[in-house]
Ligand binder design. Structure first.
Ligand code: ZN
Length: 248
């Protein structure tokens, strides 16, 4: 099911922030690939501990699940790929954006909405028709390196796991152990055929606009998608920021 993919090198400067203003020029030719359950499809992949209280789906486009499986098999045997999330429904994306917006507004009450939007958009994709948030396409996933019992390896120390100062994939200030973890993770995922959003070491994709942009591909393969007959969990579809789980 792997379609022909251009491997042309990008001829223009690629921004590691992958701003909406640039991604909007990447056209999407929807290829119609279905979503599949990646836990069923990839026996060596596990689900990472949830961070927020909503029902998580375990879906990815078939072509992404194939690459994730290849990546999981390329990994040294003592490790697993732990996926936090793949496909994400629209109402959860909306609530995640709201949460990130409120978080930065609290930290920087003096920022204008324009300043806020620039920063928030870097960490949580905004809802826009020309640039669908990557998780809505089923082409993107958040993934960490873990032991078979689900314990994550150190990806960040001396930073706390969700300190934005260590989000960049090539963050020079993390320790040697964390650097090694990120290298093992990146080697496996790259071998599988996925590419990394350089502003977030855990966010990888294939077929979405970010993938096309960073890889210099002529167009994206996946637009937004919803499984047939999808219905949100009652209580999840609200206009409130996501709620973080205890200890997450
Ligand atoms: Zn992500």
């Amino acid at each position: 099911m792997r379609g022909p993919v251009s491997l042309a090198k990008p001829s223009r400067r690629v921004s590691p922030a992958e701003p909406v203003s640039e991604l909007r020029h990447v056209r999407i030719f929807e290829c119609g690939e279905p979503l599949v359950d990646f836990l069923e499809f990839c026996p060596k992949v596990i689900q990472d501990t949830p961070r927020f209280s909503y029902r998580r789906e375990t879906l990815l486009r078939l072509g992404v699940a194939e690459r994730l499986r290849a990546a999981s098999e390329a990994l040294p045997g003592e490790y697993r790929l732990a996926v936090l999330e793949g496909w994400r429904p629209l109402h959860i994306q909306r609530r995640m954006y709201l949460r990130t917006w409120n978080m930065f507004k609290e930290r920087h009450p003096d920022w204008s909405d324009v300043q806020l939007r620039r920063v928030v958009n870097r960490f949580t994709a905004p809802l826009g028709s020309k640039v669908p948030p990557p998780h809505l396409t089923g082409g993107a996933l958040d993934v960490f390196l873990a032991y078979p019992d689900g314990t994550r390896l150190d990806h960040c120390r001396p930073f706390e796991p969700y300190d934005p100062r260590c989000f960049a994939s090539d963050c020079p200030e993390i320790g040697e152990r964390a650097k090694r973890t990120r290298r093992i993770l990146a080697d496996a995922l790259t071998a599988g055929g996925l590419t990394n959003y350089p502003s977030e070491y855990w966010h990888w994709s294939f077929g979405d606009q970010g993938w096309a942009y960073r890889g210099g591909h002529p167009h994206a393969l996946y637009g937004p998608i919803e499984p047939n007959g999808y219905t949100p969990e009652p209580g999840d579809d609200r206009d409130e920021p996501l709620v973080r789980l205890e200890g997450a």
